[in-house]
Ligand binder design. Structure first.
Ligand code: SAM
Ligand code: SF4
Length: 310
């Protein structure tokens, strides 16, 4: 949707920030709608809007309504830091947004501000509450596993999913483009700790949709806990994601620099058949495994996370 963001999370933004794309480089809503319709013709039924922060882009409610009006997208979701959600959660739901993923890495106000640099825990918590109220269901929380996650946070996330129908997903930190000053936590160790805190009974749960998270539940709990482990237990073999960047590149793999430019042909007047062909080429270009799987290390990526969308 955009590479712009109102937060500067230390694990996501490079230290010097991002040189924002000039508006002329960013796909217009009309261009995105055309591409979504073409991709739907190739079997896409699920779309997730992300960024940067997708809610900083003006006109998003009307865009959501237009995507839904295409009639071919069954599951329309949005990944957000939650800060701007309270003002438009109800409108987004009415426009046809099905659900949201909200990033919430800690529930300690000071640590939250240290992670996000300019964010406030209170506004993100209000965002979570507004998502529940608006009926954007299921609400999923994304928790990146960094040194900022304390045992008190785990206790909060444990209790929250016992009481509310929420999916809390712990995401392994990926070393791409962030400040480089952040240390990730081992997901297996966090899972062990969570299981110990839960007492006996944390058991595998059915996965939610087609996503990469492995879920766990406790008998009687309203929600579930999930782990997304792109590095320590990669899921490349079952990955069905295709990313479209704000500047119109198809990315067959999050952790690869390989891109297919679809914006240039689109703006040069390519017909739907040509655009569909490019989409199929991007699907064929999905690697067997991402490049961080290689033991030889990695020289770094061209894009940082806000330019991809996570
Ligand atoms: N601004 C929105 C947000 O924060 O939810 C959407 C964009 S953000 C790039 C999408 C997701 O990527 C967020 O859940 C964020 O926590 C996650 N993310 C960003 N940098 C990451 C990293 N280095 N490793 C793992 N997840 C990361
Ligand atoms: Fe912005 Fe989301 Fe990245 Fe944080 S994680 S800097 S909110 S894009």
């Amino acid at each position: 949707m955009t590479d712009r963001c109102n937060y500067r999370c230390t694990y996501c933004m490079p230290p010097g920030g991002v040189d924002w794309l000039p508006p002329s480089e960013i796909l217009t809503y009309e261009e995105m709608l055309r591409l979504i319709a073409v991709f739907a013709g190739e079997g896409i039924t699920s779309v997730r809007l992300t960024g940067g922060e997708p809610l900083v882009r003006k006109g998003i409610v009307a865009f959501v309504a237009k995507v839904k009006a295409l009639g071919c997208i069954r599951d329309l979701s949005l990944t957000t830091n939650g800060s701007l959600l309270p003002a438009i959660a109800t409108e987004l739901k009415a426009a046809g947004l099905d659900r949201v993923n909200i990033s919430l890495d800690t529930i300690d106000p000071d640590r939250f501000t240290r992670i996000t640099t300019c964010g406030s825990l209170e506004e993100t918590l209000r965002g979570v509450e507004s998502a529940f109220r608006a009926g954007l269901s299921p609400v999923k929380l994304n928790v990146v596993l960094t040194e900022f996650l304390a045992e008190s946070d785990l206790a909060y996330f444990l209790d929250m999913a016992v009481r509310f129908p929420v999916a809390i997903r712990f995401i392994e930190y990926m070393p791409i483009g962030g400040s480089g000053l952040v240390r990730g936590m081992n997901p297996a160790a966090v899972k062990e700790k969570l299981a110990a805190m839960a007492g006996s009974g944390l058991e595998p749960a059915e996965s939610k949709g087609s996503g990469p998270a492995r879920y766990y539940r406790l008998p009687g709990a309203s929600g579930v806990w999930g782990f997304i482990t792109p590095l320590s237990e990669h899921f490349c073999g079952s990955c069905n994601r295709m990313r479209l960047t704000a500047d119109g590149r198809l990315k067959p793999c999050l952790l690869s620099d390989r891109e297919i430019d679809i914006k240039t042909p689109l703006r040069a007047g390519a017909d739907d058949a040509r655009l569909a062909e490019l989409f199929r080429a991007a699907v064929r270009a999905k690697p067997e495994r991402h490049s961080l799987c290689r033991a030889s290390g990695h020289p770094g990526f061209q894009r940082c996370m806000p330019q991809i969308g996570g």
